[in-house]
Design a protein around this ligand. Structure first.
Ligand code: CDP
Ligand code: CDP
Length: 211
């Protein structure tokens, strides 16, 4: 099998991670959830009692990031959602995380999901997918996930948080969330994980068939 790079971007809870894991398994590629990198940096700033928009502190935490940090269990809370998005708007933080993301795909190719994979991290990716779903569908999905983790949240609060984070991610100056020109769009509002996978696998197979 060719060592290809599959770049998957899109807003929060659109189904990027679910799809990325399925593609990685099916095409035997390593998988990197790049959102985790920003979540770890946000978490580390909070642990230091700092403000996630503190440029010096957030950049220092991004530069000191290690592989083991990605295995922390407390990275999927509303507090970390907001901290991740705040540190992600700092250019020095993004720059510090770029090498790690690029070298991840060096040996065997990779599937990476995030916000700027097809635009900034791997503009030459073999396959670029832009995953979307309506805000209400995404909020319902994230609400169900958080409730399953035992969190006491309301659907309204989850939806408001998602909308605010999407807006911040789309309008920031540094690597804003947007589809690459050559990205294939998949709207998962009415697609379950199997159907989303089938649509994506089709694009990957076409890329693999190219000489
Ligand atoms: O899982 P969800 O889609 O809610 O978020 P995530 O992928 O874990 O990303 C958390 C935050 O990190 C996002 O809201 C972005 O602000 C930031 N992020 C980014 O800026 N660039 C990436 N490649 C990945 C995440
Ligand atoms: O990575 P991202 O934040 O974009 O989303 P995800 O973690 O892949 O998916 C969020 C939730 O939606 C998970 O609980 C998935 O099982 C669910 N999902 C779905 O219901 N239908 C899909 N086509 C994809 C994901």
């Amino acid at each position: 099998m060719k060592h290809i790079v599959i770049a998957i971007d899109g807003p929060a809870a659109s189904g990027k991670g679910t799809l990325a894991r399925r593609l990685a398994e099916a095409f035997n590629l390593p998988y990197l959830d790049t959102g985790l990198l920003y979540r770890v940096v946000g978490r580390r700033v909070l642990d230091h009692g700092g403000d996630p928009s503190d440029v010096a502190l957030a950049s220092e935490q991004a530069r000191g990031l290690g592989r083991l940090d990605l295995e922390r269990g407390d990275l999927r809370t509303p507090e970390v959602d907001r901290a991740a998005s705040a540190v992600a708007s700092i250019p020095a933080v993004r720059a510090a995380l770029l090498d790690f993301q690029r070298s991840f795909a060096l040996h065997a190719g990779a599937v990476l999901d995030g916000r700027d994979i097809g635009t900034i991290v791997f503009p030459e990716a073999d396959v670029k997918l832009y995953i979307t779903a309506s805000l209400t569908v995404r909020a319902a999905r994230r609400f169900a996930e958080r409730r399953a983790l035992g969190a006491e949240v309301t659907l309204e609060a989850v939806q408001a948080d998602l909308a605010a984070r999407d807006e911040a991610d789309r309008t920031r100056a540094a690597a804003p969330l947007r589809p690459a020109e050559d990205a294939h769009r998949i709207d998962t509002s009415a697609l379950d994980a199997n159907h989303a996978f089938a649509a994506a696998a089709d694009w990957v197979n076409r890329a693999l068939a190219k000489p």
